[in-house]
Design a protein around this ligand. Structure first.
Ligand code: ADP
Ligand code: MG
Length: 474
């Protein structure tokens, strides 16, 4: 089993990432039929970083021969380019298709999500292999405050996290961080852990995903090892528990966690919890836990706004050694709006494309590399669609979007529509003004600023915009 303490830095070349990228590039070059027939059945059977060799398996003799004949040059070229030196690439028959690794070169498949594997998962355990808890923090050292880009969407969450990192167990306990997928919750709580670890190297810190905690409870139960389990969890200085919505319906886990939680709080140990919703909205969770969760500080993390998405792209591209200009970053950020994980995926595609084809990062390159993503995302969000969606939402006529009327019940939705047009389309301010009945670009700018500003402190408005955006995307 691999011990996934330290996922590799985003920029270190590694065979599994090479493999994923190469497959991605071929997917964009071949027809879906070709891809499905020849490439998809292949697997990376093994690799050896020191010998600089990679072995690719094909599921039967026929495919093996065909791959060797038709695609081996392409794979070779991609590998040499990716690793920056010649690589020994071989193809073998691999009937069961299971990818294995050699030389202990364990590289996690999940690149960005730190894994929490805490207990030797041997279900055929004998008495000697009794319940074991690995005494590691499970922190991913790459997820720090320094690598976390801040914007309106996450500044509150970040500020609270910094507070807690500086004064654990005192002011905000527990801290409950909630928000949608890929918005940086896991990143932030690792950052807290890493910060504390730096300040107090002896602190007992543990990051754990709630799903892992559930299996810990199950295993402790099977092996009648609750004493060890309790001793361990009750003795921590900082417990970071991620995605607690996974506790839903698991009453034994919730009960154990309740005791751990009470013990930790009475020891003045810090507890930090993340979830996809805020405490009162959580389903299948015991009321007494919910009220505990709600008793400290609850902070939300919102989807990143345009400028933040741009900053994230530029920062991450730079850390990969391939700088991205602001106009390319704007282009990508305008098309991909939902979350940071999606942005990272897009960036990886662009960088793979650039590396494999030896091109510069331009808007055209981004457009080609993200062809698939953009065609889904882009299901034509036009200014007209926005005007219609906003008018429907606020029950006004679409014609009022370009009329000269100015009563507030019309003017405000119109401003919201202008704001959304700027956020969601590639149109310039004058172009947007034109589409809103020939208004001046300064009128549009005023609306964009006003709504953008209000949105950041008006939860209701923010919610309305989210809802309209959802209808546009669906
Ligand atoms: P969540 O736990 O909310 O689903 P993650 O923390 O796993 O999201 O974030 C998804 C990815 O995006 C991670 O690779 C993370 O490092 C990155 N990420 C999220 N927010 C930011 C940010 N503000 N700055 C830099 N990277 C971020
Ligand atoms: Mg997470």
């Amino acid at each position: 089993m691999s011990n996934l303490q330290t996922p590799p830095a985003l920029n270190s070349p590694n065979p599994l990432r090479f493999w994923d990228d190469a497959i991605g590039v071929l997917a964009s070059e071949l027809s879906p039929q070709q891809f499905k027939t020849w490439i998809q059945p292949l697997s990376l059977v093994s690799y050896d970083i020191s010998e600089q060799s990679l072995i690719v398996g094909a599921p039967n003799r026929f495919k093996l021969d065909w791959i060797k004949k038709t695609f081996s040059d392409r794979f070779q070229e991609m590998a040499d380019r990716y690793f920056g030196h010649p690589v020994v690439l071989s193809f073998i028959l691999n009937v069961d298709g299971a990818a294995t690794q050699t030389q202990g070169a364990s590289v996690p498949r999940e690149k960005f999500e730190p894994q929490a594997i805490s207990i030797s998962p041997d279900s055929t355990s004998t008495e000697e292999q009794a319940f074991e808890i690995e005494d590691h923090s499970k922190l991913n050292p790459n997820l720090t405050f320094e690598t976390f880009v801040t914007g309106k969407a996450n500044q509150l969450a970040r500020a609270a996290s910094i507070q807690v990192a500086h004064n654990p167990g005192t002011s905000y306990n527990p801290m409950f961080l909630y928000g949608g997928v890929g918005l940086g919750k896991t990143h932030l709580i690792h950052a807290i852990g890493n910060h504390l670890l730096k300040e107090k190297p002896n602190a007992r810190i543990r990051y754990i995903h709630a799903e892992q905690y559930v299996s810990d409870v199950v295993r402790a139960y099977q092996q009648k090892a609750f004493d060890r389990f309790k001793r361990y969890y009750h003795s921590l200085d900082l417990l970071l528990i991620d995605d607690i919505q996974f506790f839903s319906g698991k009453s034994r886990t919730q009960e154990e966690f309740f005791y751990a939680f009470e013990a930790l709080l009475s020891n003045k140990a810090q507890v930090i919890i993340t979830s996809d919703t805020y405490p009162k909205e959580m389903a299948g969770i015991d009321d007494r836990l919910i009220s505990r969760f709600d008793s400290g500080l609850t902070v939300a993390i919102e989807p990143p706004e345009l400028e933040m998405r741009v900053a994230i792209l530029m920062k991450k591209a730079l850390s990969e050694g391939i700088p991205m200009s602001e106009d390319v970053a704007f282009f990508v950020a305008k098309h991909l709006r939902s979350n940071v994980r999606e942005l990272e995926g897009a960036l990886r595609k662009i960088l793979a494309f650039v590396r494999f084809h030896g091109r510069e990062v331009t808007i055209d390159v981004a457009r080609i590399a993200l062809k698939d993503l953009l065609s889904i995302q882009n299901r034509q969000i036009s200014v007209e669609n926005i005007q219609k969606a906003v008018a429907d939402f606020y029950s006004i006529k679409v014609a009022d979007m370009y009329s000269k009327k100015r009563p507030a019940n019309i003017a405000r939705p119109r401003q919201i529509a202008m704001f959304m047009a700027k956020e969601l389309t590639q149109k310039s301010l004058p172009e947007i003004g034109e589409l809103f009945g020939g208004r001046d670009h300064t009128t549009v700018l005023h609306a964009v600023r006003k709504i953008g500003d209000e949105r950041s402190h008006d939860g209701q408005l923010n919610h309305e915009i989210h809802v309209i955006e959802q209808t546009l995307k669906s």
